[in-house]
Ligand binder design. Structure first.
Ligand SMILES: [Zn+2]
Ligand SMILES: [Zn+2]
Length: 80
């Protein structure tokens, strides 16, 4: 999972999950203004800066619970 850094590493502008943000493959994180000023090239690793996918919310821990419940209900042999 992306660590989703919360600030631009160049100007320290706060960057929300839904804000337009640029990252490199090492997850160096910059605001669009700084990325444009640097020609979309990461100053730390010289990598290409690309738009970061936005995120609406944190993942819910539902999947694990559902799987566990299904496994429990699926145990017909034990429920006789
Ligand atoms: Zn910036
Ligand atoms: Zn980088």
């Amino acid at each position: 999972m992306l660590k989703m850094k919360r600030t631009c590493q160049r100007c320290e502008t706060a960057l929300g999950w839904r804000d337009a943000t640029r990252i490199c493959s090492f997850e160096c994180t910059f605001c669009p203004d700084c990325a444009a000023a640097m020609d979309q090239v990461c100053p730390n690793c010289a990598g290409q800066l690309v738009p970061r996918p936005t995120r609406e919310r944190a993942p819910l821990p539902v999947a694990a619970g559902l799987i566990r419940r299904r496994l429990g209900l699926g145990g017909h042999k034990a429920q006789r």
